[in-house]
Design a protein around this ligand. Structure first.
Ligand SMILES: Nc1ncnc2c1ncn2[C@@H]1O[C@H](COP(=O)(O)OP(=O)(O)OP(=O)(O)O)[C@@H](O)[C@H]1O
Ligand SMILES: [Mg+2]
Length: 270
């Protein structure tokens, strides 16, 4: 028996994924095999292709080349809706919330988007609709509790501090009940205390919800603190891949980061 037969089936298998925008090669021959419940970090300088990777995985952008197999299903070129239904959810680099709505209602909207809506039942308030409403409310509250956002449930989303808005976005992504969660710079704009709390929260979500997570993040303390594996992108290419320790000592990685505004990987554990 080969050793391959002994390892579990990968949740995600990406091969030779490539995308160019008007001559700019945003991603080139990107390859990944991700086992269930892995926490993978993706780092790289600005414009390296990180968000493009998420846009390709979620069907927002279609690839020029390559294949994406998720949970045994070929999702290459599938619509964003179909990909959400298959079990991939994401957050965005720029926060996307219903700003004037309450925190609880934001999560309810996210939950509702996953359910077939029957207008007649809603208008007539049939018993089944009322029961569904209650289930929705309970599930929304459970998600808020998981993200430690319960005390803010009634507040308008845009009144929350930035760090909590980012958490709310994660709660909304989890509303679709994903197997794979893609987080695009969730610690951006957070102070060190908030970033540290977020780091522990992400690790806890992975364990409690048995999630597989890909984390794009410039905050090296967060990446190196929780990811068991890290990929480094530069100009759309994977230039290094390995454990946080190996990545921090990789000369190509250090060179790629020289001259960028973000903290350097070798300072991560400071
Ligand atoms: N929709 C698009 N149209 C044109 N060019 C794009 C598009 N999306 C990305 N690009 C280009 O592709 C390259 C990779 O961009 P991408 O947003 O993936 O980088 P990134 O690694 O997420 O950077 P950052 O750390 O700044 O978020 C950049 O040169 C960017 O300008
Ligand atoms: Mg980006």
């Amino acid at each position: 028996m080969s050793t391959e037969a002994l390892s579990p089936a990968p949740l995600l298998h990406v091969s030779q994924l490539s995308k160019a925008f008007r001559g700019v090669q945003a991603l080139h021959d990107y390859t990944l095999t991700l086992q269930p419940r892995t926490l993978l970090g993706v780092i790289g300088p600005n414009g390296a292709g990180k968000t493009t990777l998420f846009n390709l995985l979620t069907g927002v952008v279609s690839p020029d080349r390559g294949r994406i197999l998720f949970n045994g299903q070929d999702i290459t070129g599938a619509s964003p809706d179909a990909i959400v239904r298959a079990g991939i959810a994401r957050t965005f680099q720029n926060i996307r919330l219903f700003r004037r709505m309450s925190v609880l209602d934001n999560v309810k909207v996210a939950l509702q988007s996953t359910q077939p809506f029957r207008l007649a039942e809603a208008v007539l308030r049939l018993p089944r609709f009322v029961a569904q409403e209650q289930a929705l409310e309970e599930r929304a509250k459970a998600l808020l509790a998981m993200l430690e956002l319960e005390p803010y449930a009634a507040m308008p989303a845009d009144s929350l501090p930035y760090g909590l808005q980012r958490r709310l976005e994660i709660a909304m992504a989890l509303a679709t009940n994903p197997k794979l969660l893609l987080l695009d710079e969730p610690a951006a704009g957070m102070n060190p205390t908030e970033a540290n709390a977020l780091m522990h929260l992400i690790a806890r979500l992975r364990d409690e919800l048995k999630l597989t997570i890909i984390l794009i993040e410039h905050n090296m303390r967060v990446v190196m603190g929780i990811c068991e594996r890290v990929q480094v992108l530069n100009y759309g290419e994977i230039i290094a891949e390995g454990t946080p320790e190996a990545i921090q000592n990789d000369t190509r990685v250090l060179r790629a980061y020289l001259g960028t505004v973000h903290s350097e990987p070798n300072h991560a554990r400071a």
